[in-house]
Design a binder for this molecule. Structure first.
Ligand code: ADP
Ligand code: MG
Length: 273
Protein backbone atom coordinates (compact mmCIF):
# COMPACT_ATOMS: atom_id res chain seq x y z
CA UNK A 1 0.00 0.00 0.00
CA UNK A 2 1.31 3.42 -0.94
CA UNK A 3 1.77 5.85 1.92
CA UNK A 4 -0.46 8.91 2.00
CA UNK A 5 0.89 12.32 2.99
CA UNK A 6 1.10 12.84 6.77
CA UNK A 7 -1.66 15.44 6.80
CA UNK A 8 -4.96 13.55 6.80
CA UNK A 9 -7.31 14.12 3.93
CA UNK A 10 -10.40 15.77 5.33
CA UNK A 11 -13.46 14.68 3.40
CA UNK A 12 -16.89 16.20 3.84
CA UNK A 13 -20.10 14.47 2.79
CA UNK A 14 -22.67 17.09 1.99
CA UNK A 15 -25.97 17.48 0.21
CA UNK A 16 -28.67 19.72 1.60
CA UNK A 17 -31.21 16.95 1.12
CA UNK A 18 -31.87 14.38 3.82
CA UNK A 19 -32.18 10.67 3.22
CA UNK A 20 -29.80 10.56 0.26
CA UNK A 21 -27.30 8.21 1.90
CA UNK A 22 -24.79 10.65 3.42
CA UNK A 23 -24.50 8.87 6.76
CA UNK A 24 -24.65 5.39 5.22
CA UNK A 25 -21.78 6.41 2.93
CA UNK A 26 -19.75 7.98 5.75
CA UNK A 27 -20.00 4.84 7.90
CA UNK A 28 -19.44 2.29 5.17
CA UNK A 29 -16.75 4.10 3.20
CA UNK A 30 -15.03 4.81 6.52
CA UNK A 31 -15.20 1.15 7.54
CA UNK A 32 -13.93 -0.08 4.17
CA UNK A 33 -11.06 2.42 4.15
CA UNK A 34 -10.14 1.08 7.60
CA UNK A 35 -10.34 -2.46 6.20
CA UNK A 36 -7.88 -1.36 3.50
CA UNK A 37 -5.50 -0.45 6.30
CA UNK A 38 -6.18 3.29 6.36
CA UNK A 39 -6.51 5.08 9.68
CA UNK A 40 -9.85 6.84 9.68
CA UNK A 41 -11.63 9.28 11.99
CA UNK A 42 -15.32 9.99 11.44
CA UNK A 43 -16.61 13.24 12.96
CA UNK A 44 -20.36 13.29 13.41
CA UNK A 45 -21.47 16.87 12.76
CA UNK A 46 -25.20 16.09 12.72
CA UNK A 47 -27.32 16.59 15.88
CA UNK A 48 -29.35 13.57 14.76
CA UNK A 49 -26.20 11.55 15.54
CA UNK A 50 -26.99 8.78 13.05
CA UNK A 51 -23.31 8.07 12.35
CA UNK A 52 -22.76 7.75 16.11
CA UNK A 53 -25.60 5.29 16.74
CA UNK A 54 -24.88 3.51 13.45
CA UNK A 55 -21.40 2.77 14.77
CA UNK A 56 -22.85 1.30 17.94
CA UNK A 57 -22.03 4.20 20.25
CA UNK A 58 -24.73 4.93 22.83
CA UNK A 59 -25.22 8.39 24.26
CA UNK A 60 -24.38 7.27 27.80
CA UNK A 61 -20.96 6.05 26.60
CA UNK A 62 -19.91 9.36 25.09
CA UNK A 63 -17.15 11.13 27.06
CA UNK A 64 -17.57 14.35 25.07
CA UNK A 65 -19.13 15.19 21.75
CA UNK A 66 -18.84 17.36 18.67
CA UNK A 67 -20.88 19.91 20.64
CA UNK A 68 -18.19 20.12 23.34
CA UNK A 69 -15.52 20.54 20.69
CA UNK A 70 -17.29 23.12 18.53
CA UNK A 71 -19.16 25.14 21.13
CA UNK A 72 -17.16 24.71 24.35
CA UNK A 73 -13.78 24.49 22.64
CA UNK A 74 -12.78 21.22 24.29
CA UNK A 75 -9.90 19.38 22.60
CA UNK A 76 -10.85 16.91 19.88
CA UNK A 77 -8.87 14.20 21.69
CA UNK A 78 -11.30 14.31 24.62
CA UNK A 79 -14.22 13.37 22.39
CA UNK A 80 -12.42 10.91 20.13
CA UNK A 81 -13.21 7.26 20.74
CA UNK A 82 -12.50 3.89 19.18
CA UNK A 83 -15.27 1.99 17.44
CA UNK A 84 -15.61 -1.79 17.18
CA UNK A 85 -13.78 -1.57 13.84
CA UNK A 86 -9.96 -1.54 14.11
CA UNK A 87 -8.56 1.62 12.57
CA UNK A 88 -11.89 3.47 12.70
CA UNK A 89 -12.33 6.19 15.34
CA UNK A 90 -15.27 8.48 15.96
CA UNK A 91 -15.96 11.89 17.42
CA UNK A 92 -19.59 11.32 18.40
CA UNK A 93 -22.50 13.70 18.27
CA UNK A 94 -25.64 14.07 20.30
CA UNK A 95 -28.73 16.22 20.26
CA UNK A 96 -26.97 19.02 22.19
CA UNK A 97 -25.33 19.90 18.87
CA UNK A 98 -28.67 21.23 17.65
CA UNK A 99 -28.02 24.24 19.89
CA UNK A 100 -24.69 25.02 18.23
CA UNK A 101 -26.29 26.87 15.33
CA UNK A 102 -27.70 29.39 17.81
CA UNK A 103 -25.02 29.33 20.50
CA UNK A 104 -22.26 30.14 18.02
CA UNK A 105 -24.06 33.07 16.41
CA UNK A 106 -22.20 35.73 18.34
CA UNK A 107 -18.83 33.97 18.31
CA UNK A 108 -15.95 35.35 16.24
CA UNK A 109 -14.92 33.20 13.27
CA UNK A 110 -17.74 30.82 14.11
CA UNK A 111 -17.38 29.09 10.74
CA UNK A 112 -13.82 28.04 11.61
CA UNK A 113 -14.45 26.22 14.90
CA UNK A 114 -13.96 22.79 13.35
CA UNK A 115 -10.94 23.91 11.30
CA UNK A 116 -9.22 25.03 14.51
CA UNK A 117 -10.16 21.80 16.30
CA UNK A 118 -8.65 19.75 13.48
CA UNK A 119 -5.32 21.54 13.80
CA UNK A 120 -4.70 19.21 16.76
CA UNK A 121 -4.46 16.36 14.24
CA UNK A 122 -1.45 17.81 12.44
CA UNK A 123 0.91 15.21 13.93
CA UNK A 124 -1.59 12.40 14.07
CA UNK A 125 -0.94 9.37 11.88
CA UNK A 126 -4.48 9.48 10.48
CA UNK A 127 -5.08 9.00 6.76
CA UNK A 128 -8.64 10.28 6.51
CA UNK A 129 -11.04 12.42 8.50
CA UNK A 130 -14.62 12.05 7.27
CA UNK A 131 -17.24 14.62 8.25
CA UNK A 132 -20.94 13.73 8.31
CA UNK A 133 -23.25 16.74 7.93
CA UNK A 134 -26.88 17.44 8.71
CA UNK A 135 -29.26 17.88 5.78
CA UNK A 136 -29.08 21.67 5.71
CA UNK A 137 -26.63 24.40 4.85
CA UNK A 138 -26.51 25.82 8.38
CA UNK A 139 -23.47 26.64 10.48
CA UNK A 140 -22.58 22.98 11.15
CA UNK A 141 -22.35 22.14 7.46
CA UNK A 142 -20.51 25.41 6.87
CA UNK A 143 -17.94 24.45 9.56
CA UNK A 144 -17.46 21.07 7.91
CA UNK A 145 -17.10 22.49 4.41
CA UNK A 146 -14.61 25.12 5.60
CA UNK A 147 -12.51 22.45 7.37
CA UNK A 148 -12.49 20.02 4.45
CA UNK A 149 -10.14 19.51 1.55
CA UNK A 150 -12.48 17.38 -0.51
CA UNK A 151 -16.22 17.12 -0.98
CA UNK A 152 -18.12 13.94 -1.64
CA UNK A 153 -21.71 14.41 -2.79
CA UNK A 154 -24.18 11.55 -2.51
CA UNK A 155 -27.09 11.71 -4.93
CA UNK A 156 -30.08 9.44 -4.55
CA UNK A 157 -31.23 7.79 -7.77
CA UNK A 158 -34.77 9.18 -7.79
CA UNK A 159 -36.76 11.70 -9.78
CA UNK A 160 -36.16 14.67 -7.48
CA UNK A 161 -32.42 14.20 -7.88
CA UNK A 162 -32.70 15.32 -11.50
CA UNK A 163 -34.69 18.40 -10.48
CA UNK A 164 -32.11 19.18 -7.82
CA UNK A 165 -28.95 18.84 -9.93
CA UNK A 166 -28.92 22.48 -11.02
CA UNK A 167 -29.34 23.62 -7.45
CA UNK A 168 -26.64 21.24 -6.28
CA UNK A 169 -24.15 22.53 -8.85
CA UNK A 170 -25.00 26.08 -7.84
CA UNK A 171 -24.58 25.25 -4.15
CA UNK A 172 -21.19 23.61 -4.69
CA UNK A 173 -19.94 26.61 -6.68
CA UNK A 174 -21.20 28.89 -3.94
CA UNK A 175 -19.52 26.86 -1.18
CA UNK A 176 -16.24 27.00 -3.04
CA UNK A 177 -16.46 30.67 -3.87
CA UNK A 178 -17.64 31.91 -0.50
CA UNK A 179 -16.23 29.41 1.99
CA UNK A 180 -13.43 27.26 0.70
CA UNK A 181 -11.81 27.95 -2.68
CA UNK A 182 -9.43 25.01 -2.13
CA UNK A 183 -12.22 22.47 -1.81
CA UNK A 184 -11.82 19.69 -4.38
CA UNK A 185 -14.73 17.65 -5.59
CA UNK A 186 -13.65 14.16 -4.55
CA UNK A 187 -16.62 12.72 -6.36
CA UNK A 188 -20.31 12.10 -6.67
CA UNK A 189 -21.75 8.89 -5.27
CA UNK A 190 -24.97 7.56 -6.76
CA UNK A 191 -26.91 5.90 -3.95
CA UNK A 192 -30.08 3.92 -3.31
CA UNK A 193 -30.21 2.62 -6.87
CA UNK A 194 -33.12 0.30 -7.59
CA UNK A 195 -32.25 -1.68 -10.72
CA UNK A 196 -35.90 -2.55 -11.32
CA UNK A 197 -36.82 1.05 -11.96
CA UNK A 198 -36.27 2.57 -15.41
CA UNK A 199 -36.16 5.96 -13.76
CA UNK A 200 -33.18 5.00 -11.60
CA UNK A 201 -31.24 4.16 -14.76
CA UNK A 202 -32.21 7.51 -16.27
CA UNK A 203 -30.93 9.33 -13.21
CA UNK A 204 -27.59 7.49 -13.45
CA UNK A 205 -27.30 8.41 -17.18
CA UNK A 206 -28.22 12.02 -16.55
CA UNK A 207 -25.81 12.48 -13.63
CA UNK A 208 -22.97 10.85 -15.60
CA UNK A 209 -23.72 13.09 -18.59
CA UNK A 210 -23.66 16.13 -16.36
CA UNK A 211 -20.69 15.31 -14.12
CA UNK A 212 -18.62 12.86 -16.20
CA UNK A 213 -15.60 11.45 -14.41
CA UNK A 214 -16.58 13.07 -11.13
CA UNK A 215 -19.08 10.23 -10.69
CA UNK A 216 -17.47 7.47 -8.64
CA UNK A 217 -17.96 3.81 -9.46
CA UNK A 218 -19.85 1.75 -8.67
CA UNK A 219 -23.42 2.96 -8.22
CA UNK A 220 -24.59 1.90 -4.73
CA UNK A 221 -27.60 -0.42 -4.93
CA UNK A 222 -30.59 -0.22 -2.65
CA UNK A 223 -29.79 -3.14 -0.37
CA UNK A 224 -31.74 -4.16 2.68
CA UNK A 225 -28.57 -5.19 4.57
CA UNK A 226 -27.34 -1.59 4.35
CA UNK A 227 -30.52 -0.32 5.97
CA UNK A 228 -30.46 -2.99 8.69
CA UNK A 229 -26.82 -2.58 9.73
CA UNK A 230 -27.24 0.68 11.74
CA UNK A 231 -29.78 -0.90 14.07
CA UNK A 232 -27.07 -3.40 15.01
CA UNK A 233 -24.58 -0.57 15.47
CA UNK A 234 -22.33 -2.03 12.81
CA UNK A 235 -20.92 -0.99 9.44
CA UNK A 236 -21.74 -3.33 6.58
CA UNK A 237 -18.16 -4.70 6.73
CA UNK A 238 -19.07 -6.33 10.05
CA UNK A 239 -22.82 -6.88 9.66
CA UNK A 240 -23.01 -8.44 6.20
CA UNK A 241 -19.56 -8.41 4.60
CA UNK A 242 -20.62 -10.49 1.59
CA UNK A 243 -23.81 -8.56 0.78
CA UNK A 244 -24.23 -6.57 -2.45
CA UNK A 245 -24.19 -3.41 -0.38
CA UNK A 246 -20.85 -4.35 1.19
CA UNK A 247 -19.36 -5.23 -2.20
CA UNK A 248 -20.46 -1.90 -3.64
CA UNK A 249 -19.09 0.19 -0.78
CA UNK A 250 -15.84 -1.83 -0.75
CA UNK A 251 -15.26 -1.05 -4.42
CA UNK A 252 -16.30 2.57 -3.97
CA UNK A 253 -13.89 3.06 -1.06
CA UNK A 254 -11.03 1.58 -3.07
CA UNK A 255 -11.89 3.83 -6.03
CA UNK A 256 -12.05 6.91 -3.79
CA UNK A 257 -8.80 6.01 -2.04
CA UNK A 258 -7.02 5.57 -5.38
CA UNK A 259 -8.42 8.84 -6.70
CA UNK A 260 -7.45 10.85 -3.63
CA UNK A 261 -3.94 9.47 -3.67
CA UNK A 262 -3.54 10.21 -7.36
CA UNK A 263 -4.85 13.72 -6.74
CA UNK A 264 -2.62 14.40 -3.76
CA UNK A 265 -0.01 15.96 -6.01
CA UNK A 266 -2.37 17.94 -8.23
CA UNK A 267 -2.44 21.70 -7.84
CA UNK A 268 -5.85 22.44 -9.31
CA UNK A 269 -9.26 21.19 -8.33
CA UNK A 270 -11.38 19.39 -10.90
CA UNK A 271 -13.98 21.70 -12.40
CA UNK A 272 -17.72 21.35 -12.19
CA UNK A 273 -18.33 23.02 -15.53
P1 ADP B 1 -28.74 10.93 5.03
O1 ADP B 1 -27.61 10.83 5.97
O2 ADP B 1 -28.40 11.59 3.72
O3 ADP B 1 -29.97 11.55 5.65
P2 ADP B 1 -28.96 8.05 5.35
O4 ADP B 1 -27.61 7.51 5.03
O5 ADP B 1 -29.33 8.17 6.78
O6 ADP B 1 -29.17 9.44 4.60
O7 ADP B 1 -30.01 7.15 4.57
C1 ADP B 1 -31.41 7.37 4.69
C2 ADP B 1 -32.12 6.04 4.93
O8 ADP B 1 -31.93 5.18 3.82
C3 ADP B 1 -31.60 5.28 6.13
O9 ADP B 1 -32.67 4.61 6.74
C4 ADP B 1 -30.62 4.29 5.54
O10 ADP B 1 -30.48 3.11 6.32
C5 ADP B 1 -31.25 3.99 4.21
N1 ADP B 1 -30.27 3.69 3.16
C6 ADP B 1 -29.23 4.47 2.76
N2 ADP B 1 -28.57 3.92 1.74
C7 ADP B 1 -29.19 2.75 1.49
C8 ADP B 1 -29.00 1.70 0.52
N3 ADP B 1 -28.03 1.77 -0.40
N4 ADP B 1 -29.85 0.65 0.55
C9 ADP B 1 -30.87 0.58 1.46
N5 ADP B 1 -31.10 1.53 2.37
C10 ADP B 1 -30.28 2.60 2.40
MG1 MG C 1 -27.40 11.61 7.87
Amino acid sequence: MTELPIVPRVLVLANQKGGVGKTTTVINVGAHLAELGRRVLIIDCDPQANATSGLGIARRDIPASTYDVLVLGRPLAEARMHTSIPGLDLVPSDIALAGAEIELVGVARREKRLTYALEALADDPLDYVILDCPPSLGLLTVNAVVAAQALLVPIQCEFYALEGLGLLTHTISLLRRELNPHLRIAGIVLTLHDGRLTLAGQVVDEVRKRFGDLVLEPVIPRNVRLSEAPSYGLPITAYAPTSRGADAYRELAAHLDARLQAEAGLATAPSLA
